[in-house]
Structure formats: C-alpha cells, structure tokens
Design a binder for this molecule. Sequence first.
Ligand code: G4P
Length: 285
Amino acid sequence: MEDMKDIQWFPGHMAKTRRQIAKSLSLVDAVAELLDARLPVSSRNPELKQLTGRKPRLIILNKADMADPNVTGQWVQYYKQQGFAVITVDSKNGKGVKQFAPALRELLKPQLEKYAAKGMKGRPIRVMILGIPNVGKSSLINRLAGGKRAKAEDRAGVTRTQQWIKTTDGVELLDTPGVLWPKLDDQDAAVRLAMTGAVRDDILDKEALAARLLTYLHTGYPQALSDRYKIAADVEEEGFVLLEHMARNRGMLLPGGVPNTERAAIALLDEFRAAKLGRISLEKP
Ligand code: G4P
C-alpha cells in the first residue's frame, strides 16, 4: 500500500471513497474496522459509524505487539462494554489472527441462525476490512489469505471486479480494503498519528513532535526513557529540555557542545516507531 501513504484527502476524494464504500457495503455481512492498538481513538475514522450504518462491526486492534498490553486489555474491556465485538492482533507476525473467523461467527450469530433455518447452511460470511492508511490492512489481508491471495484478472477486455479471498472457516474477504481518511482536523489526534508515523510528520516540526513525545513518555513510561536515554525518572523537566537532555546523553553535540536536538528528535522518532523503547500506548480509555 505504498501508494496510499501520501494520499491527500480532499473533498472530491472523500466523496468518491464514500461512494465506493457504500457500494462494497451492500456486498458484505459485516465490516472489520482496523484500529492501531496504540491509539484506538485517533486511528479511527470520524465518519465510519455513519458510513457503515447498521452493518455488524468487528473492531480489530492491530499492532498489538507494539502497544502496552495492560492498556490494550483496558481498551478491549472498554469496547466490549459498549457492545462491540473486538479482537487484538499482530498482523505482521500473524499473532491473534486465528480469532478472526470465530469472532465474526459470534458477531453474526443471529443472521447465521436465520440462514440455517432457511436451509442456507454453507453460505460463506462476507466481510470487508476498513481502516486509515498504514494501520495494517494489507498485512492483515495477506495473513488471513495465508499466501493464496486472489490475483487480479489481467487479460485484455476483462474488467477488474472485486474479488473474494477465501479464508478459513467459511469467511470470505473483499480483496480491496476500504481506505479511510484519518482524523486530521483534531490537532491532538494528528500529533499522535504523526508520532507513530501513520501520517507524514511535517504537520509539526520534528523537534516539536519529539519534545511532545518525550513529555508523554516521561510521565507515562519513565522507565523506558531512563533505560534507553538515561533520563532519570525523577527529573522535573519536560518538552524541549528533555530533548536536550537526550541529545547530551547520546553524545549528539554540535560544535561548542550545543546539544543537537534535531538529530535527537530524528533518533527518538525512529526508535519509537521501531518499538525500541518497548511496548507503548499513546491513548488510554
Ligand atoms: P495499510 O494496508 O493499512 O496501509 O498498512 P500495511 O499493511 O501496508 O502496513 C503498514 C506498516 O505497518 C507496514 O510496515 C507493516 O509491516 C506494519 N504492520 C502492519 N501490521 C502490523 C502489526 O500488527 N504489527 C507491527 N509491528 N507492524 C505492523 P512498513 O514499515 O511500511 O513495511 P515493512 O517494514 O513491514 O515492510
């Protein structure tokens, strides 16, 4: 999905996406909404509920391998209490992906019973995956497809139609996921998305972004900062001062011993995105 990464969401594009999703929705029994387990609120598309109407919805907290497991557990409880079906997965390594079909069967139990009563017992469950760019839609589809991913027809004169990918347990996936626009009008959400690299980080300068991340980590995950950057858990500093601290502790200095905060910011963001600071959640219920 490289080409999806730099999509600029403009009104015309959004209208087209809405139409395409509405069309695909008529073909499926349920939608699987893919969220980033580290930031389940900010990685949610603001219009999804309106777009999907009353279609049964499974929430998938993806990238669970990078999120704080305690906080992810709290999110699962939170969504369950709101009546959602929810599973946590790591689509990169395939962990948790086995829960997909059983969770859908549970979610669609009333419909499946109706079908069975009408003698349509072997009817497959059809699902589409929806989510913002970079949340892991292709990774999940590839995992669920188990290598036997549907190929597009490339013979001349054959129109490319949407195809179904057979997964386990009678579940079929629409091969093209719905790519939704992220919540960029909310500044705090946009900043958290930028921290994870889900959106381009030029919405804020790197040093400002890194300073905000350090302030958050210093409060929420002080051990991670002391382990990796030797920033003591009890220093009463925040933001840019912490970034200077980090640069000095890492020996990132400019002539004259001035801390190179630009280099430190890039290092912090890279290392955070590569989960080198451990499993960290940016939002708690
Ligand atoms: P998209 O279709 O929603 O746009 O997302 P895609 O699957 O392309 O995934 C975006 C990036 O997130 C990829 O990394 C992918 O490997 C990673 N990713 C997806 N799911 C998970 C997960 O559950 N855990 C972890 N740790 N990473 C995940 P990339 O850096 O763009 O590519 P690559 O380095 O993996 O090749």
